[in-house]
Design a protein around this ligand. Sequence first.
Ligand SMILES: Cc1ncc(COP(=O)(O)O)c(C=O)c1O
Length: 395
Amino acid sequence: MENSEDIIVKEKEFLLQTYKRIPIKISYGKGVYLFTEDGKKYLDFFSGLAVNALGYGNEKVTRVIEEQIKKYIHISNYYVNSPQVELAEKLVKYSGLSKVFFTNSGTEATEASLKLVRKYSGPEKKLITFSNAFHGRTYGSLSLGGKEKYKKYFAPLLPNIVQLEFNNVDQLNQNIDSETAAVYLEFIQGEGGVRVASQEFVSKIEFLRKEYGFILVADEVQSGIGRTGKPFAYNHYNINPDLVILAKAIGGGLPLGAMITNQKYSTVFEFGDHGSTFGGNPVACAVGLAVMNEIFEKGLVNQVAKLGHYFLNQLKLIQDEYLDKITDVRGLGFMLGVELNQQYSSIVDEFRKKGILVNCTNENVLRILPPLISTQENIDHFINQFKSILSNTTS
Ligand SMILES: Cc1ncc(COP(=O)(O)O)c(C=O)c1O
């Protein structure tokens, strides 16, 4: 058996250093907890970056994986596989859209949508995206992104992309016109600092869509599948996007993404226009069915709505107490952000010392993404530890 210390050393030796790893050696997970080799227990309010909606070691997920791998793990998209078809049917039902294309990740779902938009609208029309947006790391999705630090070494990127300020209604009016092919929107920005699109902003996009007929693409990679207390974040607004892109939670930890189209755009792609060897893997789709069953059909999404509300209120109470340290608290359901005064960005380490895993995004936003199975007791524990950290931090 390898000395676990070697793994950390070997990781540096053998892997490209693209990830700044947190120096804990995880042994296994159970429910909302991760356990390390040296016996430490962590409450995981990061959920594998919004992937592990059902936590760790969910028995139904394990069972469907076992059942499916006994039948087949892969058969290629030259053949129909039933978990894929059944999952597509469920996604259509809950999204209110029409047809699904499966991928392996969020960035691939974005790429699929870009190709669809370009095929439908032609090469010249502009794509609208927003400041701080994040749609993935491959060339097309990177081109849509709103963070310069991710793009700066990788020019030339895709042309005809116009970046507007998120939640700025005037800029929508000034820039969206008959030459607009699509608007890409995260209704709640994740990487961008857990920013919620204002109702006014979304209403203006909808108004302009009626006028100019562009394609509205909802990026639900992080916010979809119940995370915000509704099936999709756009359900908080009175709007139906034309395309929805998904990944993360839908695969229950296996690589799976999807692009869902409404009826109008469901025939844009024809045979051979797009494809993927692994996209819609049968095991991942079988897990996807179990995930949707638990979240949508067993009421988990309603629990997230209720507890998310409670959690947000508790965080607001903390903010009232520490106005010098917390500048904003925001989010929906179990996608919550606490904007901190810059100097407290080491707070992630403070949480870890207290046995809680959480993330910091956009420099100073504590991003809280609990598994959807988290209880009020888990939330109270988090809140108490947060108070303790703040009370020990001098300003
Ligand atoms: C909103 C959003 N879109 C797209 C992506 C890219 O997904 P993936 O990392 O699966 O390629 C992410 C990943 O964090 C995301 O949060």
